[in-house]
Design a protein around this ligand. Structure first.
Ligand code: SAM
Length: 196
């Protein structure tokens, strides 16, 4: 049965159903256990490409294993480096960037994404995103440092110029105990730009 609102990222996937086309180039900024990387690799198809970042070797290894098992590894570049350095590796414009912040589930809960590097990575993502491309950011506030990160990301994004970006925040308003939140960003088409 299709789930629409069970996880915050369910909504992202509904939107990405149309926003990602076969052959597209996309980014998983936080590969973790590789669930989202696998999803993205399937969406872009054989001719597409996924760049995946994580700072933990264990996350890269688990994701690699998952992709190999599913015959998807050829279309994915797994990079053991912070997403804040994505411009070192990506030269193309991309149609989607996925952030799933916080700690690695079933991993070290102390190794978390941090406001400064997350915002730097979002700034770089905004630059490499194609017009009508989507950035999805899942935010968690239940762990130490999570609320600070959410506030910093929200403050940064609420100041983005609406002439260039649409920024949508989604909350589960009836859930207790720090439910996850989702922010979706769409880049607008700028008339007269070379990206038209
Ligand atoms: N999307 C993943 C999945 O499908 O399993 C879950 C991601 S998990 C919530 C967050 C990941 O971000 C962790 O694996 C962590 O190591 C990674 N991370 C932390 N700081 C990072 C950074 N600066 N750049 C890239 N990844 C980072």
């Amino acid at each position: 049965k299709t789930r629409y609102l069970t996880k915050v990222t369910d909504l992202t996937k509904i939107i990405l159903e149309n926003a990602i086309k076969e052959g597209d180039i996309v980014v998983d900024a936080t590969v973790g256990n590789g669930h989202d990387t696998e999803y993205l690799a399937r969406k872009v198809g054989e001719k597409g490409k996924v760049y995946g970042f994580d700072i933990q070797q264990i996350a890269i290894d688990k994701t690699k294993e998952r992709l190999q098992k599913n015959g998807l590894i050829k279309r994915v570049s797994l990079i053991l480096d912070g997403h804040e350095n994505m411009d070192k590796y990506i030269r193309e414009k991309v149609s989607c960037i996925f952030f799933n912040l916080g700690y690695l589930p079933r991993g070290d809960h102390k190794l978390i994404t941090k406001p400064k590097t997350t915002i730097l990575a979002i700034e770089k993502s905004l630059k490499i995103l194609k017009p009508y491309g989507i950035i999805s950011i899942a935010l968690y506030t239940g762990h130490e440092g999570g609320m600070e990160e959410k506030n910093a990301v929200e403050e940064f994004l609420s100041n983005l110029d609406q002439n260039y970006f649409n920024v949508l925040k989604c909350n589960f308003i009836n859930q207790k105990n720090n439910p996850p939140q989702l922010i979706l960003i769409e880049k607008k088409m700028i008339l007269g730009s070379d990206e038209e």
